[in-house]
Design a protein around this ligand. Structure first.
Ligand code: ADP
Ligand code: CIR
Length: 344
């Protein structure tokens, strides 16, 4: 394997941190599951417009390829390799009254966490048979959920294209054919082993074997962030009684993309901010201050539509779940205040 050819205008964290020295140091390394440097960097090499450009194949990737992954983790999360990660899933520690009780700005709120089973490699390196076993373990665990979390598992295999498309358009289901995941090896054997679980109201959902083996999601219309967080933490606690997730005290919950490590949590609102949207410098000054990320309304790498944005916490590691949600809440309060001011 030769040093990859990055275009001159490449801005990914991969391109920045894969120096020729780091490349030489890592090019012949392999984890016990056989994950190589070529596997880790393929997504960012094939897609030079990546923001990050790397995916881990297993937990050990984070130690074997630390000379590349540590600086990426440090730059994304502001987390030093000597730091430890702490968890706090107690909704009572959150101070998040609805920032928009009149429902003028916030359309919906969604909080998700990524999780992976301790007993298997991560999605980029998992074998087909292991993925199917993971699906079976997860769908069995989901069967025991009760009350508002009770629902059904719907495998992607056999789902009609109409139903699938409607679930994607309504923001409930992952999209298909993502080129970043494709190059990371995460779409192998698609659609087998993939699926979605949801309750009747679609306020609690679990994605199975997409970018991570589980994405546990709580969502609803409006801006009651605490209610969404409470539902999610109840679900996480129930699922942890039945499944053992990959976790360590340094990196928190282990995920295939290093941006998701730690809490693996993304707390977001879909919010109407047309005036801020017309003044991106002011918009970005606020999102930077509160460590927020702006996405389009059809998920990552999509564009905004009609002045509606997806606003979420950017940091996930080295802060607790409560702090991640608090970042989002406080930033959204500031954004609404500025939007009202600009409207005048
Ligand atoms: P993820 O959050 O799981 O990393 P994406 O950014 O791709 O991934 O978003 C997944 C889906 O969730 C997309 O359809 C997106 O529109 C939807 N979504 C995200 N935040 C919200 C929200 N606050 N309300 C409704 N849908 C949302
Ligand atoms: C990229 O590098 O752009 C994709 N692999 C996605 C990275 C995850 N993005 C993020 O900000 N959470």
């Amino acid at each position: 394997m030769n040093y990859p050819n990055f275009p001159e205008d490449c801005k990914s964290l991969l391109c920045k941190h894969l120096t020729p020295e780091v490349f030489e140091q890592l090019k012949d390394k392999k984890t016990k599951n056989g994950v190589t440097l070529a596997d880790i960097i393929n997504s960012g090499v094939v897609n030079p417009d990546s923001g990050v450009g790397v995916y881990a194949g297993d937990e050990e990737s984070y130690t074997v390829f630390a000379p590349l992954l540590d600086p990426i983790i440090e730059e994304y999360h502001g987390f030093d390799k000597s730091d430890t990660h702490k968890s706090d899933l107690d909704p009572e520690h959150l101070n998040a009254p609805n920032p928009d009780p009149e429902g003028e700005f916030i359309i919906s709120t969604r909080i998700r966490v990524g999780r992976n089973l301790k007993c298997f490699p991560l999605g980029p390196a998992i074998a087909k048979r292991e993925r199917l076993i993971a699906e079976c373990m997860i769908s069995s665990a989901l069967k025991s959920l009760e009350g508002e979390l009770a629902g059904e598992y719907y495998p992607l295999l056999g789902m009609s294209k109409e139903v699938q498309q409607k679930l994607i358009e309504d923001h409930f289901l992952f999209k298909e054919g993502d080129r970043f995941l494709e190059a990371a090896g995460l779409n192998r054997d698609w659609p087998e082993g993939r699926g979605i679980y949801h309750n009747n109201d679609k306020t609690f959902l679990v994605w199975v074997n997409e970018e991570d083996q589980l994405r546990i999601i709580s969502m609803q219309q409006g801006g009651d962030i605490k209610e969404v967080f409470t539902r999610l933490t109840n679900a996480i606690k129930s699922m942890e009684q039945q499944l053992t997730f990959a976790f360590n005290t340094h990196l928190g919950y282990i995920t295939s993309c290093p941006t998701n490590l730690g809490t693996a949590m993304r707390a977001s609102v879909h919010i109407k901010l047309p005036n801020l949207g017309a003044d991106m410098d002011t918009f970005k000054a606020i999102t930077d201050k509160y460590h927020l990320q702006i996405r389009g309304i059809h998920g990552e790498h999509s564009e905004s539509e009609g002045g509606i944005y997806d606003i979420s916490n950017r940091r996930r590691l080295g802060i607790t779940e409560v702090e991640a949600v608090q970042d989002m809440h406080d930033g959204v309060v500031a954004l609404i205040e500025k939007e009202k001011e600009l409207r005048k």
